[in-house]
Design a protein around this ligand. Sequence first.
Ligand code: SF4
Length: 338
Amino acid sequence: MPETLIDDFGQTVVAWQRRHGRNSLPWQNTRDPYRVWLSEIMLQQTQVTTVLGYYERFLARWPRVTDLAAATLDEVLAQWAGLGYYSRARNLHACARAVAAAHGGAFPQTAAQLQTLPGIGRSTAAAIAAFCFGERVAILDGNVKRVLSRVLAYDGDLASSAAEKRLWDHATALLPLQDVDRYTQGLMDLGATVCTARSPDCLLCPVQPLCRGQQTGDPTRFPVKTKKLKRSRRENWWLWLEREGRVLLQQRSGTGVWAGLWTLPMYDDEAAARAAVPGAALETLPRLQHALTHFDWVLHTLRAPLTGETSPEGTWVAREKLAAYALPAPLKKLMEES
Ligand code: SF4
């Protein structure tokens, strides 16, 4: 990579970020690793506008990492409910506990050490280290992969770990000598607001004169990733049972996407759901479609008031207490609307 590209690119991104980047988000203008870490985890696969309310509520309830470590996983999941990708919440809690127990309540100060904590990958570790401790270390989240592979017209197939490693090397080589925090933010901002996945705004882009992808005439062919995610379809039946103003909930066990969350009793087929409450007059509600990264989930709901003593196992929760339970977003919506 030519030296001039490296110098020009870094300086251009830094200057653009200063004037046109995002500079007043609640997790900016702080070097507190707890706040930066919390925002980085919440922002993974989630839009800024969605994160804002959750971020503020988390901080109001748990102002320090040691407060979060002292919470139960149930409380954390309840606060996270609706934000999706719940393994992030489980790791968030595990990470807070690790920082409290193994690091005396202070986050480690290098990307290499940060990366040893639960739920903190290489890019997140680098972002925290760059923002909070000024470490000269590269990030490579989805947005930044897109920007850099376009700027460099990098056609290595990112489905291969060797090609991804080379892009990491390029990202490291492009790091400016100073202002790494602003540069890091600038790359994130470029990816989120200018060099978007489907319609990069090359005319407004500050690095357009340096961008080799744009010079090919079709920058959207970068990044190259041949292995497409194979999506599958899943179907389940919920039983919505109510008795004297209380709803029957079960806590999901195991390691599935909703592990630790509370849902209505759930079955693999309609016959099993009906068999759980023999004789009950079940009303069929409109089915729900829930799209997750790896599969489309079709959720059917059968609803009935319960008068007899027989019911599936679970916890009866008064409707006005439901807010204290971590319900997945589609269930929360269903209950609010029905
Ligand atoms: Fe992306 Fe276009 Fe800017 Fe290149 S010039 S980085 S393709 S927006």
